[in-house]
Ligand binder design. Structure first.
Ligand code: TRP
Ligand code: SF4
Length: 329
């Protein structure tokens, strides 16, 4: 017996990196055994900020599904689908746009932040303001009880709860109020020590081969005070050490001692890390190679998942139209 219903999604914005993996995907893979899970690609959400140039969307959808399956999501255990294939999301979004006060959307912190940050594109649009309304439609469509997300998404989840509450009060009790499952993000910096982010060019992709990982590790920033091997090091400020914490927990005390005592060189320390990372990531890399040999596998996965999602979505929309008394035909 599964413990409840879970839904989460990601925008298809290109190859997932290790920050995305440890921030979300690793957790999804664990949840699929115990919960009734729906995971989807939020391609319409990608349009809210990227409507002008859609040339990468198709490829990105393909890549993200390959990333998910390589990481261990199993289409036999969870429903994997594409947002834009389930047109009901657009209908529910439209109906929520009728009931959601503008003030709720304007005060959403992610809205204000993004407006300040994104200067190269015009996102002062109706669609971008309504981003959380579309997200509420995604979640409530499946009556999800839990939504695994990072901290940045909490305001959207709160809005989803408010949108559900308002609908239930105005019409009939249709939607449960979903709860967030906060993913405790393991802290993985980028190879240069800053936050791992595509815009900094400091990422390690989930799809990187062991060779590429080895190269990237060898360029990682270490403690700048260490020039000779026997200089005492400061692991707390070292990027390599931050990675050891995630990939090589059992050897942390030893490395810390050896680094502080000047008993291990950075080159050796990096080799050890690359080896540990490969052990952890190689199964993912190998699953990917197998998937890439099967053309059409992504379409097939989405086709099946879409069919399952569609059943739930059309049932919910019937209830919604009935509750709103707009079911004329
Ligand atoms: N806004 C989410 C993000 O950027 C993606 C998303 C869209 C989502 N719809 C969702 C996440 C529904 C959870 C549930 O990460
Ligand atoms: Fe970092 Fe390891 Fe070098 Fe210490 S020995 S500074 S932990 S790379």
């Amino acid at each position: 017996m599964k413990k409840g219903k879970i839904l989460s999604g990601m925008r298809p914005t290109g190859a997932l990196h290790l920050g995305n993996y440890f921030g979300a995907l690793e957790n999804w893979v664990k949840l699929q055994d115990d919960y009734d899970c729906y995971f989807f690609v939020a391609d319409w959400h990608a349009l809210t900020t990227g409507y002008e140039d859609t040339s990468e969307v198709k490829n990105n959808i393909n890549d993200i599904i390959i990333d998910w399956i390589s990481a261990g999501l199993d289409p036999e255990k969870c429903v994997i689908f594409l947002q834009s294939s389930i047109k009901e999301h657009a209908e529910l979004h439209l109906l929520f746009s009728m009931t959601t006060p503008l003030s709720w959307l304007y005060r959403c912190p992610t809205y204000k932040d993004q407006l300040n940050q994104i200067k190269d594109r015009n996102i002062t649009t109706y669609g971008f303001l309504g981003y959380p309304c579309l997200q509420a439609a995604d979640i409530l469509m499946y009556k999800a009880e839990y939504v695994p997300v990072g901290e940045d998404q909490l305001p959207h989840l709160e809005l989803t709860r408010e949108i559900a509450r308002r609908f239930n009060n105005l019409f009939e009790e249709v939607f449960p109020e979903p709860q967030a499952i906060l993913t405790k993000a393991k802290v993985l910096p980028g190879t240069d020590g800053r936050k791992m982010s595509k815009s900094y060019g400091n990422t390690i992709a989930l799809s990187d081969s062991p060779e590429v990982i080895g190269k990237k590790v060898s360029t990682m920033i270490t403690d700048p005070a260490r020039i000779k091997k026997d200089d005492p090091g400061h692991p707390d400020i070292c990027t390599v050490f931050a990675f050891h914490k995630v990939f090589n927990e059992e050897e942390i005390p030893q490395i810390e001692e050896d680094c502080k005592g000047g008993k291990i060189g950075c080159v050796q320390c990096k080799k050890r890390l690359a080896q540990k990372m490969t052990e952890h990531l190689e199964p993912i890399y190998e699953r990917r190679q197998k998937l890439l040999e099967k053309p059409g596998v992504v379409k097939e996965i989405l086709h099946n998942g879409n069919e399952n999602a569609k059943k739930v979505a059309s049932k919910t929309m019937e209830e919604v139209r009935k509750a709103m008394k707009i079911d004329f035909m």
